[in-house]
Each structure stands twice: as C-alpha cells, then as structure tokens.
Design a protein around this ligand. Structure first.
Ligand SMILES: Cc1cc2nc3c(=O)[nH]c(=O)nc-3n(C[C@H](O)[C@H](O)[C@H](O)COP(=O)(O)OP(=O)(O)OC[C@H]3O[C@@H](n4cnc5c(N)ncnc54)[C@H](O)[C@@H]3O)c2cc1C
Length: 501
C-alpha cells in the first residue's frame, strides 16, 4: 500500500501541478505529450528552454499578460487541430498567439497555460488578377503592406504595423483607410480555421456563413485561424498618401474640437483624422497634436485643413509618403514607435463617441491638465481620438458582420503608457476617470467600446452590443461549446474589475 501511495505521489509530481488550487498538467508533461503526437516540423518550448525567448512570440504588453508553462508552434492545420483537441481533453488553458499585441486585462485570467504560437503560419500570397491576398495566421501588418505596395495594391490596416493582421481583423480592424474600405473584416473573403469543437473548416459567405458573420468582429471567440484571404484594391492616388501633423497648445482645444465637429456628416472618405491629447511636462501644459492622412492631391488636403492652419499651429509638418509608410509617419512618427518592442507596461481604456460634444471635450482636457500637472505618474498617458470617415463603414450593412460600431464618430483610447509597474495604479485610476468623462459626452447612455481597445472591465454588451449578442452566443454553443476561447473579451463575460497582476 505504501508503495502504491509513493507511486501515486511520484506520478502527480511529474505529471500534475497544483495551479491556483486546481491540479493541472505540468509544462514538461504537456511538452512530452505534444512532441509525440505533432508533425516533425512542429516545435515545443518550455519557458526554461534557452530558445523560448527568441523562438516564440513575446507579448507586447506585460501589465495584464497571460502566463504560460509551455509554447507550441504547430506546423500544419492538422497539428493545430491536435493541440485544440488535446487541450480540451486535458483541461489545458490556451491562447492562440498571432503577433502578441492583444492587451485587454481579461488576458490576465489565463494562468500557467499553453501559447498556441502561429509563428509558422507566415506566408503571403498575392493574386493581383483576382485582387486577393492570402496570409498565414501570424503575419504582421508591416510585411503585408510592404508586399501590397510592391504589387500596386492596398487594403485597410491599422495605425501600427507590428500588430498581427489576423488578430486585428478578427475584432474588425480599423485604420486610416477605413473611410475608403470599412473594417479589415469587411474585406475578408475566406478563413481557414480549427473551431473550438475541434473541426477543420473553411469559412466564407458560402460556407458556414453563420460562423463567417461571427468571425468578422468577434472571431477570437470561436477558434484558431491558420489562414485568411482578403479582397484587396488597386492603390489609391498612385500608392501615395499625404501626412499632415500639427500641434496646438491646450488653450486652443475648444477651437480644435469645433473644427473636428464640422467634419461630422461632412467627412471626405479619403481623409482620416487623429487627435492626440498629451501633457507637455516642459511647458507644464496640455498639447493637442492633430494628424491628417489624405489619399489624394495636396491642394484638396490643404483646402480641407485650412481652418486648422488658420489657428496657426505651434508646429506643422506636411509630407507625401508611400501608403505603406502612413503608420510610421503619423503623429510625427510617434504612433508606430509605440507599437515596436515587447514587454511594455500599458494601462488601456477606451470608449466610442457618437458625437463631438465640445463642452465635454473641453472638460476632459481641463481634467487631464489639472490631474497630470499634480500627478507625475500619469504624465506619460495619451488620449487618442481616431475620427475616420463613415463612408467605408457604411459600404456594408450592420447585419453583414459581428462588427457593431459602424456609426461611431470617434474611437477614443486612453493610452496609459508607463516605464515601470510603479505608475500602474495611478494610470488605472486616471484612465477610468477620463473614460467616464468621455462617456458622458459620447451621445450614448450605455458604454460602448471597440473590442480591441477595451480595458477588459466593460463586459460583453459594451464590446459586441446587446443586439448582436444573441447570435454570438448561439455561435459559441455550436463552435466553442467548451468555452476554450474565453480569454480575450469573450462573449459570455460580464463587466467587472480585473486585477492587473
Ligand atoms: C500599439 C498598438 C496599436 C494598435 N492599433 C490598432 C489600430 O490602429 N486599429 C485596430 O483596429 N487595432 C489596433 N490595435 C489592436 C490590435 O488590433 C489587437 O491588439 C489585435 O488583437 C492584435 O493582434 P495580435 O495577433 O498582434 O495579438 P495577439 O495577442 O496574438 O492576439 C490577440 C487576440 O486575437 C487572437 N488571435 C490572434 N491571432 C489569431 C489567430 N491566428 N487565430 C485565432 N485567434 C487569433 C488571440 O488568441 C487573442 O485572443 C493596436 C494594438 C497595439 C498594441
């Protein structure tokens, strides 16, 4: 009997570990099991392996990051299917990793899990005649846009080029050319995936159209995408765009918001506007940086932004850049710089605005000015307001996909950047207060937040809207019945607080 007890004890120590009060398979055990069953081209890494750091995809944000005991890089869709089935059978929590730039606090609920790293799915195949591009599930925007520019093509991409195209598109995917084409998900033609039910499926308008609908806006709820095909478009304006950056002192913010409001209902599809509200510690005052990206000739842009120029900005830069360099040029290059690197301390908050209410916006800037002057820990925070033309969003009916925010006027983000963990509590309190103030002037009583910009405490109705949740839940029951895909602002998750460490 004593021998049997000793055997059982040894078995548990080698194979199982008590994580968060639950017995779970150890990383070495999972690694051993998967190495046996996956194809030769697949790779399995333990965090203790020297290769883990440079062979697996690191996370951009660490403030609320998931933790892993093993990372697996499958080589084929069949390998992905095996991993999903293994994880389901053995209660191994996992997350598909594209480019690792997701940052919602709900990710911090994944402890001691498995990173299903799609790094081996990295091909880009452009078919210029058919106007399509097929990419692997981990391709980053930077590689795709360089290849599209070379081919004389374009499609909607985000403001930063390090993010994974698949992850971006599964939540909708918004950016400067959304005025022309809508969300990235509006351009998706076909998806190859393994569902949470363990099935390999090709999903499109004609194959599993119900799931196709859900994948375009809530896609990270239903499975792992190994490849995605987009419709692409001939380059606008010869593949060149204009980038205009200008800086205003905070004291002019009311005039800036009045001008921003004049574009509502009157916004040319070729123009994307972003405002960055930040604290100038040297001057001890707020600054508003306006960025205007225009897919057309200089004289047209100049006419559009003349009222802003008449405010005599303190700094001004206008340049012509290839489409692929739009992200790296905008806001004097600051937006894309924030995307680079990994291990960033970051506290996100966000809210969609459905109007520009000038007194509310002035109140936000006043609050920021007062709080930031008094609290050095929050002086690195930036409020970014993306005001895209509605025309692209309106090319597609609301019912065409799970993406629910075609009528948002501004996608507002409170970016709580920090150089260490120390300011995280102050940035959290600051971000929540600024979100509340922005929400008051948003034109909606309920909180609505673009799912990719969310903090994680908003809940499913804020990310997906009540109107879409019924269908999304029905899809969840069919395609992810065990709730394997539940760590990223998931359908079924209510609002509430999430600890960051
Ligand atoms: C600096 C920065 C700038 C950004 N700018 C924009 C912007 O301009 N517009 C915009 O819309 N968004 C923007 N985002 C948000 C971005 O779109 C999301 O963070 C997106 O999830 C990133 O995808 P990823 O593959 O890099 O991240 P990951 O962390 O790898 O993935 C995020 C989520 O998507 C899932 N996922 C990723 N790949 C796959 C796959 N192949 N199959 C199944 N699930 C997958 C993951 O499981 C996870 O749930 C920005 C993010 C950052 C950090």
């Amino acid at each position: 009997m004593a021998g049997f007890t000793a055997f059982l004890l040894a078995f548990f120590i080698v194979n199982l570990c008590l994580y968060d009060g639950v017995w779970a398979l150890t990383g070495p055990q999972i690694a051993q099991d998967l190495k046996k069953s996956l194809s030769a081209g697949s790779e399995v890494f333990l965090p203790s392996d020297p290769a883990y750091a440079n062979q697996t995809t690191a996370r951009w944000e660490i403030t609320a990051a998931p933790t892993y005991v093993v990372a697996v890089k499958p080589d084929s869709i069949v390998d992905v299917q095996k991993i999903v089935k293994y994880a389901a059978k053995n209660n191994v929590s996992f997350l598909a990793t594209g480019a690792g730039h997701g940052y919602t606090n709900t990710l911090s609920a994944l402890h001691n899990g498995l990173s299903l790293d799609l790094g081996n799915f990295s091909t880009i195949e452009i078919d210029s005649a058919a106007n399509t591009v097929k990419i692997g599930g981990s391709v980053r925007a930077a590689r795709l846009i360089a290849a599209l520019q070379d081919a004389g093509k374009e499609m909607p991409v985000g403001q930063c080029t390090c993010i994974g195209m698949t992850g971006f598109s599964l939540g909708g995917g918004i950016g400067p050319y959304s005025g022309l084409y809508g969300t990235a998900s509006d351009s998706v033609a076909e998806i190859e995936m393994v569902t949470g039910a363990g099935e390999i499926l090709t999903v499109s308008q004609s194959q599993h159209p119900d799931l196709f609908w859900g994948m375009k806006g809530a896609g990270f709820n239903y499975g792992v995408v190994t490849a995605i095909t987009y419709n692409i478009y001939n380059a606008t304006n010869g593949g060149q765009a204009l980038n205009a950056d200008m800086t205003f002192p905070g004291s002019q913010n009311g005039s800036v918001w009045e001008l921003a409001r004049s574009f509502v209902g009157n916004h040319p599809k070729e123009l994307a506007i972003t405002f960055s509200i930040q604290y100038n510690a040297t001057l001890g005052e707020m600054a508003i940086v306006g960025n205007f990206i225009y897919a057309g000739p200089l004289e047209n842009l100049t006419a559009l932004i003349q009222p802003f120029l008449d405010l005599q900005p303190a700094a001004l830069n206008i340049s012509s850049v290839p489409w692929k360099d739009v992200a790296s040029s905008a806001l004097y290059g600051a937006t894309n710089q924030g995307c680079a690197g990994t291990g960033v301390e970051y506290v996100p908050y966000a809210v969609n605005l459905y109007q520009i209410d000038v007194p509310s916006m002035v109140a936000v800037v006043n609050f920021m000015n007062k709080t930031m002057a008094a609290t050095p820990d929050v002086q690195t925070a930036v409020v970014a307001l993306a005001q895209y033309a509605p025309s692209g969003f309106q090319l597609h009916a609301d019912a065409s996909s799970a993406f629910p925010y075609r009528d948002a006027v501004i996608f507002a983000q409170i970016d709580g950047f920090a150089f260490s963990a120390t300011p995280v509590p102050a940035l959290t309190a600051f971000g929540a207060s600024v979100r509340d103030l922005l929400h008051k002037g948003s034109g909606k009583t309920e909180l609505q937040t673009y799912v990719h910009f969310a903090h994680g405490d908003e809940g499913e109705a804020a990310w997906y809207t009540e109107g879409k949740l019924r269908s999304l839940k029905a899809l969840k029951a069919v395609y992810d019945p065990r709730g394997l895909f539940s760590f990223y602002n998931a359908v079924g998750r209510r609002g509430g607080n999430y600890t960051t460490r």
